[in-house]
Each structure stands twice: as C-alpha cells, then as structure tokens.
Design a protein around this ligand. Structure first.
Ligand SMILES: [Zn+2]
Length: 358
C-alpha cells in the first residue's frame, strides 16, 4: 500500500480521521478525502514525531503506526498472542509496569513474552489472578497506584546490566548484518547513479570479512538480489538469538548539499535503548574518524530497530545524494576503511559496553 499526495479516496479520509484524533490539523477543504498540502504536512509531522522515515507518504509502516498510535490503554484486552499485539496502549502498559519496578525490557509497544511475564508478576504482587491478561481488574489496579514519575529508569538500568555480558573481546559474538533495501527497492540513488541497496550490500560484504577475521559469527539478512521486509529481517535476527544487529544503509536527502554520517538506535520520547545508543556512539565516532561530516546519532523507531530483541543500530556512513559523500561511499578503498572503522567501533563497545562516567 502506498497513499500519496494528489489522491482522493476513502483510505485518505480514514488517514485524516486518525490524524485529527491525534490532534494534527487538516484544512477543511481537504476533509473530503483529498490528499492535499495540509494532509501531507500532518503526515510528515506524525512521521517525525514517531521516529519514522519522513517522506509524507503513507506506506505500510506509516499506516501501521497510525493504527498503533490510536490505541489507548483500556480500549481492548491485552494479552500474549501471535502475532503480538502492538500499539500505544501496550507502550503505556510497559511504561507503567516499568515505572513500578517490573522488568518489561524495552518500552517498544509490542506485547511479547517479557511483557507478559512482568504483567504476571505485577498481578501476583497486587493480588490479582495471574493470567497475564490486561482486563478490568488489572486496569483498575494499574490506575489506582501512585505515579512514580514518568521515567522508566528501571528498564534503562536493567539494560545497562545486561550489557555487562559483552566483552572484553568481540570473538564469538553473533552479529546480524543487514544491508538495506534490495530487489525492487533501490533505496536512495546518487548523482552518479549509485544505488543505496548495492552500496550497502558492498559495505556489508566487506564488514563481514573483517568481522569474521576477528572470530565474529556473522549472519547476512539477504542475498544481493533479494529484499525481505524489515520485519522479516528483525524476525530472522530474533530467531537466531543474535547478540547484535547492524543495518547498513546510506543517508539521502532532496537537498544535494546535505551530507554526513548518521547512526540510529531504538528510542522514542519515553524510552531509549541504552545498549543501542552505546553501540551507535562507538561506531559513529570511528566513522567520523575517517573524515566524514557528523550528521548525528539519533533515536528512531524503524522496524529493524524496534522489532529486534538485541541491541540494534542502523549505520548510514554518509549521504549518497551528496556528490562528495556519494563518491566516497561507492569507492572500494573507502568501503574497506569503513568496514575496519565499524569493526573498531564494535571493539570499543565490547571493551566498555557502558559509557565511562563523564
Ligand atoms: Zn535506506
């Protein structure tokens, strides 16, 4: 599914209704289901806020996020099922349980086994039948408890503890390498016709060789001609029980002057993956060491970051749409140095998985 500016349909009307419920403004003239300027602006603002790719188009991921954003705790019964229930109600539940000191893991809005376990523990503690189902009695108990501040610091502390299992070396680590896009989806294109999918694939190949030489066990998510969905890539990593997940992309922009490396990890306004942030910072610093401009380390909710159960980063070592960055990204020798830099970043992380105190 892809809904774009200029279309007029009941699907656009449905999107507008959801945006309005989330307090975005749509001009009255567009409310007949016309995808005009204010709908476009509202979609972009929504994508920005939710940590998605900001393109103003409604594809599968943005649509799913719109649906998820509409759920409020109490709207429906929450329990463990396959596929997992997802939404802001699950996120609110995790946020609440985490603030009360129960181990929900990451506040990702996905009702998985860990959320079920934390919920059962909560129920046992508060004398509610431990069925791991959020029904009326659980909602009442959750609502009746005093707020312990908004921060889910418990989850962050626990994640920091889990990171201590890394290191000091990288030999024996299981790392999933995920070159972005592929198949019919080229990703960004450079001024010289370079395609993001093939640049990412080439970098991943080189990184695979460098990591293997250091004893890391590497799993690529795709062949050069294949394009699994982002959720499939994340499920593969989860099924493998990998220690780390590296998505390799390039950045891109409609502004040809935009340049620099960006590294992403999982997070949103209520939560950040401490482990993901640390891996991202270590790798990003090494990439900057190659002389690439700094476009920052940022929290995002991309599916590969959110749905993976291990620390995950998305590495974008430059803007393919920028002439200087693009030429470098496509260059053999630079790709080799890049692979070494990413491996060095991983080594720094393994040596000190928790950032030294400032
Ligand atoms: Zn990409």
């Amino acid at each position: 599914m892809l809904i774009k500016p200029g279309q007029r349909s009941s699907a656009v009307r449905d999107i507008q209704r959801r945006l309005i419920a989330l307090e975005y403004q749509i001009a009255p003239g567009e409310l007949d289901g016309r995808f005009g300027d204010t709908t476009f602006a509202a979609i972009r603002a929504f994508q920005e806020r939710r940590g998605l790719v900001v393109d103003g188009l409604v594809g599968d991921e943005t649509w799913r996020e719109l649906v998820e954003a509409s759920w409020r705790l109490g709207d429906r019964t929450l329990y463990l099922r396959a596929p997992s229930l997802r939404g802001d109600d699950v996120r609110a539940l995790q946020d609440r349980l985490g603030a009360l000191g129960f181990d929900v893991g990451r506040v990702d809005g996905i009702f998985g086994p860990r959320t079920a376990r934390a919920l059962r523990e909560f129920q046992a503690n508060y004398g509610i039948p431990g069925d791991a189902i959020v029904g009326r009695s659980t909602l009442r108990a959750l609502a009746g408890l005093p707020a312990l501040g908004g921060e889910t610091s418990g989850a962050a502390v626990r994640e920091r503890e889990e990171m201590r299992r890394f290191g000091p070396g990288i030999a024996g680590l299981h790392v999933v390498l995920d070159p972005g896009h592929g198949g019919d989806d080229p990703g960004f294109s450079g001024p010289g016709g370079e395609r993001e999918d093939s640049v990412a694939f080439a970098i991943a190949r080189r990184l695979e060789a460098v990591l293997k030489a250091s004893g890391v066990i590497v799993y690529p998510t795709r062949e050069s001609d294949r394009a699994p969905t982002d959720s499939q890539r994340a499920s593969l990593a989860n099924a493998l029980g990998a220690d780390l997940f590296f998505a390799i992309h390039t950045a891109g922009s409609s502004d040809a002057a935009a340049n620099g490396a960006i590294t992403y990890f999982f997070g949103h306004e209520r939560f950040r993956s401490e482990a993901g942030a640390r891996v991202a910072e270590c790798i990003h610093a090494e990439i900057l060491g190659l002389g690439v401009a700094d476009a920052g380390v940022h929290a995002k909710q991309y599916a590969v970051l959110r749905e993976t159960r291990m620390p995950a980063v998305q590495i974008e070592p430059g803007h393919l749409t920028n002439a200087a960055d693009g030429a470098r990204l496509a260059d053999d020798a630079f790709q080799r140095r890049l692979a070494e830099a990413i491996a060095d970043g991983l080594r720094t992380f393994a040596r000190s998985p928790v950032a030294p105190a400032q």
